[in-house]
Design a protein around this ligand. Structure first.
Ligand code: PLP
Length: 228
């Protein structure tokens, strides 16, 4: 059986290779280990192998792991859908949130962020696959929300996150990521100081890196398959 440490090393090597192919410095691409459905012991193993950024989707599950891992200086990223009644705990217990897609949630996160922790690092979740079921902002709505967030001092807008429709066709993957990148560049041109493109998962991260990913969110390639 392959260990978490070995899989982590293999993922890091693949990231470096994809960066090299894209002509990008490998340190531009940060690895977020997505640990949903895996126990705290798995995160501890990844931490021992050098991993520092972890992403979680479900608040209660994440808080339990944070308790168990309180001795480790982990950078916690919230990447799941956000219900209003979860904003207070998310603002208190995470360093980053990738999945903001409406003003009400941004306002609640802003109000609940403890000053002592500094601004909450934020990505807006955009929808490029045009699937009705997927959450995420349209390009127009992204521009508007980015403007509105500028008046929320406890939030620091860093960039965009997207979860395109799954496809094994690498050209399709590139095309979807390219749309996110174009929107990202459009925001930069409008004066937003953004540095984060959170795109790419286990099945499509090389394509995301080719399209400018600065954070790849990888779960199963590190921790193995999730039990349903
Ligand atoms: C689960 C999840 C991931 C990781 O998916 P893998 O295919 O296991 O790499 C990344 N991003 C989000 C938002 C997720 O929910």
């Amino acid at each position: 059986m392959t260990s978490i440490s070995e899989r982590l090393q293999a993922v890091r090597a693949s990231i470096e290779q994809a960066a090299a192919v894209a002509g990008r410095p490998p340190q531009e691409v940060h690895l977020l280990a997505v640990s949903k459905a895996h126990p705290a012991s798995a995160l501890r193993e990844a931490y021992a192998a050098g991993q520092r950024m972890f992403g979680e989707n479900y608040l209660q599950e994440a808080l339990a792991k944070q308790d168990e891992l309180a001795d480790l200086p982990i950078e916690w990223h919230f990447i799941g859908p956000i219900q209003s009644n979860k904003t207070q705990a998310i603002a208190q217990h995470f360093d980053w949130v990738h999945s903001v897609d409406r003003l009400k949630i941004a306002e609640r996160l802003n109000a609940a962020r403890p000053t002592s922790k500094g601004p909450l690092q934020l990505c807006l979740q955009v929808n490029v696959s045009n699937e009705e079921t997927k959450s995420g902002l349209t390009p127009d709505a992204t521009l508007i929300l980015a403007q509105e967030i500028q008046s929320l001092p406890a939030l620091k807008l860093r960039g965009l996150m997207a979860i395109p429709g799954p496809t094994s066709d690498t050209q399709m993957q590139r095309a979807q990521f390219h749309q996110v990148r174009s929107l990202f560049q459009q925001l930069q041109q409008q004066g937003f100081n953004l540095d984060t493109l959170s795109i790419g998962m286990s099945e499509d991260f090389p394509a995301a890196i080719a399209e400018g990913a600065t954070i790849v969110r990888i779960g199963s390639a590190i921790f193995g398959p999730r039990k349903p």
